[in-house]
Design a binder for this molecule. Structure first.
Ligand code: FES
Length: 149
C-alpha cells in the first residue's frame, strides 16, 4: 500500500504533535514535575559536614547548609527579593545578595533590604552513607534542625 502525504494528513499529524506537547506540559505543570527534579536538590558530602566550617554551599550551588549548636539547617540560596543567588560573607558573617545588596543573617532573617522576607529553610535528610540532601521543594519551619542520632 502506498502512503501519500496529503494536506489533510499533514495537518492532522501536526495537530496531534501539538496536542501531545501541550498535554505533557500541562501534566508537568500540574504535578510540579520537571525533567530537572534532581536539580531541585542539593548535596553535602559527609566528610564536609564535620570539617569545621559552619556554613557550606551545596554541590549544586542551590542551598546553604548551616550548622549551629542545635544541628543542621538548610537555606534556599535564592534571594527572597528577586531570586538572585546569595553569597556568604565570612568576614561580615552574613549572606549578601549580589544583585541589590540585601543582607541576611546566618539564620536567614533579613538584616537589610530591599528583600522583605527571610531566606527559605528547606528540608534536609540523610542518605545511607551519611551525606545530607536538601530538597528545595519542601519548606520547613525555621526552627527545624537535622541531627544524626
Ligand atoms: S535579588 Fe537579592 S536583593 Fe534583589
Amino acid at each position: 500500500m502506498k502512503s501519500r502525504l496529503t494536506r489533510r494528513n499533514f495537518l492532522k499529524t501536526g495537530f496531534l504533535l501539538a496536542a501531545a506537547v501541550l498535554f505533557k506540559g500541562t501534566i508537568n505543570f500540574l504535578t510540579g514535575s520537571t525533567q530537572g527534579d534532581i536539580t531541585r536538590q542539593d548535596f553535602f558530602e559527609k566528610e564536609k559536614l564535620f570539617s569545621g566550617a559552619n556554613i557550606i554551599l551545596g554541590r549544586q550551588g542551590l542551598v546553604w547548609l548551616v550548622k549551629d549548636e542545635k544541628g543542621f539547617y538548610a537555606l534556599d540560596r535564592r534571594c527572597s527579593h528577586l531570586g538572585c543567588l546569595v553569597q556568604w560573607d565570612e568576614e561580615q558573617k552574613r549572606f549578601i545578595c549580589p544583585c541589590h545588596h540585601s543582607k541576611y543573617g546566618p539564620d536567614g532573617r533579613v538584616l537589610a533590604g530591599p528583600a522583605s522576607h527571610p531566606m527559605v529553610p528547606v528540608k534536609l535528610r540523610a542518605d545511607r552513607k551519611g551525606n545530607l540532601i536538601a530538597d528545595t521543594t519542601t519548606v520547613v519551619s525555621k526552627e527545624q534542625r537535622f541531627n544524626f542520632n
